[in-house]
Design a protein around this ligand. Structure first.
Ligand code: HEC
Length: 112
C-alpha cells in the first residue's frame, strides 16, 4: 500500500513537472491515461476479464525487443485502427499532447 502511494505520487509529480516517469511493476493505470478513458478498453495486467483492447503488459512484452516500439505505440494511440490484427479497432486519440503520449508510452514500456 505504501509503495503504491509512492508510485502514484511519482506519476502525479511526473505530470506536474512534465517529465515521463516509467514505473515498472505498477498495476494502476496512470491518471493521464484514465483521463482519456484508455481504461474503458485496456487493463494494465494480463487478466481473464474480456476487454476490447490488449492488456498493456502484453503490449510491453510484444515490443520488448523492438527498437521502433515507441514510434509504433504512439502511432497506434494517435491514429487508432487495427493494424495489429489480434483485437478489434481502436479509435484514434489525436488529442493527446506530446507529454501525455511520452508518459503513457514510458508507462507501458516500463511494465515488462
Ligand atoms: C474503444 C476501445 C479502446 C480505447 C478507449 C482505447 N483503446 Fe487502445 N486498443 C484498442 C483495441 C481494440 C486495440 C487493438 C488494435 C489492434 O489489434 O490492432 C488497442 C491497442 C492498443 C495498443 C497496442 C498497440 C500495439 O501495437 O500492439 C496500445 C499501446 C493502446 N491501445 C493504447 C491505448 C491508449 C493509450 C488509450 C487511451 C488514450 C487507448 N488505447 C484507448 C481499443 C481501445
Amino acid at each position: 500500500m505504501k509503495r503504491t502511494s509512492v508510485v502514484v505520487a511519482g506519476i502525479l509529480f511526473g505530470i506536474t513537472v512534465g517529465t515521463s516517469s516509467a514505473t515498472a511493476g505498477t498495476t494502476e493505470m496512470p491518471e493521464v491515461a484514465k483521463k482519456h478513458n484508455c481504461n474503458a478498453c485496456h487493463t494494465v495486467e494480463i487478466s481473464d476479464k474480456p476487454m476490447p483492447g490488449p492488456a498493456w503488459k502484453d503490449v510491453a512484452l510484444k515490443y520488448q525487443k523492438d527498437p521502433l516500439a515507441k514510434v509504433k505505440i504512439v502511432a497506434q494511440i494517435s491514429k487508432g485502427g487495427n493494424a495489429n490484427g489480434r483485437h478489434g479497432n481502436m479509435p484514434a486519440f489525436s488529442n493527446l499532447d506530446k507529454n501525455e503520449l511520452d508518459m503513457i508510452v514510458a508507462f507501458i514500456m516500463g511494465l515488462k
